[in-house]
Ligand binder design. Structure first.
Ligand SMILES: *Cc1c(COP(=O)(O)O)cnc(C)c1O
Length: 387
């Protein structure tokens, strides 16, 4: 079956009630027929549900669909995207290991790598993600992990995933890609040679700004180690959130097509506006990595950035003039959202580190929603004309 069909048809096993839509399994634990069955399931001699910190039918259904979409052998769900990222690092690395990460990463991922895992003797070198030579030069004998985002949040920098995978080939290095902006509809990093793909399911996977969630998919041997860490430390996804996320995957393909169509149309409409220094979008010819975007991604995605002339003062004015667009730190919602990264998601970085990844004081991230494009264009053009 095609993925579009599987995203709709993969379901937890139907109960004796013959329900069509999967029920919510709001249960902390599961029962055993007798103590012998409990012993055998705990000993992993026979499969079975035990306790919802380990597994749950709603969570398993969500993970099965994600693995199908990402072409992954195995996967694991988490309470948030950050829990997925942290658990992957903590589950696979030990004191004395070395990580190389792109400097264009989600703000909290940078905090983990500089202030949390660093505290436990796991060192991290940050490099310019698109500079493959910089990755190569940073490799040491104890390098165990490559971590990147493509496209990056919020700078929309791309990394040639196949090139990075080729660089670590034959070495004992895990390549993990945060695929949050692209989703498996636009690109499947495992097919390009990555070992793990991570998501904040909070974003496009939910798609309506309702629940938090995270997921990691990839090589079974790595997922098993991360599972051991997660099983005993408890960053589990709630069954309710899993139910929402799994339902949302039924429409992911359709939604991503429309997000990308709207984002490209808006980027084209705002390009060259006198109040805007630059418009960045992977499928605009002016994007410095346009060729790579076309090669690596099916669509340009739902996010664009605008560098507003006049810095924060004008951004503040824009935020007051917009009528439809929400001002919020989320993305991937049906509602179009404007975010000012320098004062919110990336405010904990130094001005210097922000500048290195193109986060200027005038930069706004626009997560283009599913409203009628005519209304979005009108809202932005009206507001920008008044700046
Ligand atoms: C939002 C986001 C995260 C963090 O996910 P949460 O679900 O908020 O914990 C990680 N990576 C990227 C690229 C994100 O946009």
């Amino acid at each position: 079956m095609k993925k579009q069909t599987q995203a709709i048809r993969i379901q937890a096993k139907r109960s004796h009630n013959r329900e069509h839509s999967v029920p919510l399994y709001l249960t902390s634990s599961f029962t055993f027929e007798d103590s012998e069955q409990g012993r055998a399931i705990f000993a992993e001699e026979i499969p079975g549900n035990i306790y919802s910190r380990y597994q749950n039918p709603n969570v398993d259904e969500f993970v099965e669909k994600m693995c199908m979409l990402e072409n992954a052998e195995a996967g694991l769900a988490f309470s948030t995207g950050m829990a997925a990222i942290f658990s992957s690092l903590a589950g696979l690395l030990k004191q004395g290991d070395h990580v190389i990460a792109s400097n264009a990463l989600f703000g909290s991922a940078i905090q983990i790598l500089t202030k949390i895992t660093a505290k436990w003797g796991i060192e991290c070198t940050f490099v310019d993600g698109h500079d493959i030579k910089a990755w190569e030069a940073a490799i040491k004998d104890n390098t165990k992990f490559f971590f990147c985002e493509s496209p990056s949040n919020p700078g929309l920098d791309l990394i040639d995933i196949a090139e990075l995978a080729a660089l670590k080939k034959g070495k004992d290095i895990v390549l993990a890609v945060d695929n949050c902006f692209a989703t498996p509809i636009l690109q499947t990093p495992l097919d390009l040679g990555a070992d793990l793909v991570l998501h904040s399911a909070t974003k496009y996977i939910d798609g309506q700004g309702r629940v938090l969630g995270g997921v990691v998919c990839g090589k079974a041997e790595y997922i098993a180690e991360i599972r051991f860490f997660a099983r005993h430390t408890g960053p589990s996804l709630s069954p309710f959130n899993a139910w929402i996320l799994s339902k949302s995957l039924e429409l992911l393909d359709l939604r991503m097509q429309k997000h990308a169509e709207n984002a490209l149309a808006l980027a084209e409409a705002l390009q060259g506006h006198p109040a805007v220094q630059a418009v960045k979008y992977p499928f605009l010819k002016s994007h410095p990595q346009y060729e790579l975007a076309k090669k690596q991604m099916k669509y340009g995605g739902g996010i664009l950035t605008l560098d507003i002339k006049g810095g924060f003062e004008k951004v503040q004015k824009l935020s007051q003039l917009l009528q439809i667009v929400s001002i919020s730190p989320n993305l991937g919602d049906t509602r179009t959202i404007l975010t000012h990264p320098a004062s919110t998601t990336h405010s904990k970085l130094s001005a210097e580190d922000r500048a290195a990844v193109g986060i200027t004081d005038g930069l706004v991230r626009v997560a283009v929603g599913l409203e009628a494009i005519e209304d979005l264009k009108e809202d932005f053009l009206n507001a920008l004309n008044q700046l």
